[in-house]
Design a protein around this ligand. Structure first.
Ligand code: AMP
Ligand code: ZN
Ligand code: FE
Ligand code: FE
Length: 275
C-alpha cells in the first residue's frame, strides 16, 4: 500500500523523517512520499532510514500558492531538488516572515508567544504557532487555536506571500516534478471545476483524488474530472503525526489503503517531463 502525502518535522509534521519511516513500515506502507510544505530538506534522512527496510521513498513537496486570496496547495512528485532550491529558499523565508507577522498579531491581541527556533530548510506554519499557544496555556488544543485565531479569515491568520498557481505549476514542471492539486475540496476560494480548468491550462498533471477529508461522492467527482482531463490520480492521508488534532477522526498512516499501481504512471510522467 502507498502513502503519497506526508509531513515531517521539516515542516509541520510531528515525526522526524526517520520516525515517519519507522511508522510507515509498521503500518505496511511500501512506498512513502515525503511532501513537506515548501521544503525538500526531509528527503535525505527519509531515504537513509528507509533503505534497510526496503521501503521506497517518493521524493515530493507540497507548494503553498495563493489563488483568489486563499491558500491552494500543489503537490509535486520527483522534482529535482537542485532546480527547486533557490525558489524554495525564498518560499521558506516568506513563511518565516509570515510566522513573525502572526506572532505580532497575537501579541497585539494580548497573547504573546515565542516560536521555537527552526533550522535551515525547515518551514514554519500555523500548526507551530498553534502548539506555542497551547504551550503558553492560552488554549487547550491546537484545534481551539485555529478556531479562535489561526483558521482562514481569523484575526491572527496571515496568508502566504504572493505565489500564484501558474507560478507554482511552472516551477514544478521546470524542476521535473509532476504537479498535482492537493485536496481540491479543501480549497475555499472557488468551486473545484473552474479552478481545475485554470490549473489544467497552466500545466497541471494530476489531482489528489483520495484524501481523508474527501467524501465518497467528492472522490467520484474527482475521478470523473481526471478521466475528462486526462489527469493522473494520487492519494494520501496527509499524515502529520500521531498527535495531530486536525479532525474528528484520527488520521492514520495507510488508512486509505491505496494500491501501488497508482504510482507507476506518476513515475512515468516524471520521466517524460525530464525526457
Ligand atoms: P499553513 O501552511 O501554515 O497555512 O498551515 C497549514 C496546515 O495547518 C495544514 O496542513 C493543516 O495541518 C493545518 N490546518 C489548517 N487549517 C486548520 C484547522 N482549521 N484546524 C487545524 N489545523 C489546520
Ligand atoms: Zn501541514
Ligand atoms: Fe495541504
Ligand atoms: Fe499536507
Amino acid at each position: 500500500m502507498i502513502e503519497l502525502h506526508c509531513h515531517t518535522t521539516y515542516s509541520d509534521g510531528t515525526l522526524t523523517p526517520g520516525e515517519l519511516v519507522a511508522a510507515a513500515v509498521k503500518a505496511g506502507v511500501v512506498a512513502l512520499a515525503i511532501t513537506d510544505h515548501d521544503t525538500v530538506s526531509g528527503w535525505d534522512d527519509a531515504l537513509a532510514a528507509a533503505q534497510p527496510h526496503g521501503l521506497e521513498i517518493v521524493p515530493g513537496v507540497e507548494l503553498s500558492t495563493v489563488h483568489n486570496d486563499r491558500s491552494l496547495h500543489i503537490l509535486g512528485f520527483y522534482p529535482n531538488a537542485e532546480k527547486l532550491r533557490g525558489d524554495l529558499h525564498e518560499r521558506v523565508e516568506g513563511r518565516k516572515r509570515r510566522a513573525a507577522e502572526m506572532v505580532e498579531k497575537l501579541a497585539e491581541l494580548g497573547y504573546p508567544i515565542e516560536l521555537p527556533e527552526m533550522g535551515e530548510g525547515m518551514a514554519p506554519g500555523r500548526p507551530h504557532i498553534a502548539t506555542a499557544l497551547v504551550n503558553a496555556g492560552y488554549v487547550q488544543s491546537s484545534r481551539e487555536a485555529f478556531d479562535r485565531w489561526l483558521g482562514d479569515g481569523k484575526p491572527a491568520c496571515v496568508e502566504y506571500e504572493k505565489f500564484s498557481i501558474v507560478e507554482g505549476i511552472a516551477l514544478l514542471r521546470r524542476s521535473g516534478g509532476v504537479p498535482v492539486w492537493a485536496h481540491p475540496y479543501l480549497f475555499r476560494g472557488g468551486t473545484v471545476e473552474p479552478v481545475l480548468e485554470e490549473m489544467v491550462a497552466a500545466g497541471l498533471m494530476g489531482v489528489e483524488v483520495y484524501h481523508p477529508t474527501h467524501s465518497p461522492s467528492q472522490v467520484d467527482n474527482l475521478k470523473k474530472l481526471c478521466a475528462e482531463h486526462n489527469l493522473l490520480m494520487t492519494g494520501g492521508s496527509d499524515y502529520h503525526g500521531p498527535c495531530d488534532l486536525k479532525g474528528k477522526e484520527a488520521i492514520r498512516l495507510n488508512m486509505l489503503n491505496l494500491p501501488l499501481n497508482l504510482l507507476e504512471p506518476i513515475k512515468q510522467a516524471a520521466l517524460d517531463l525530464k525526457g
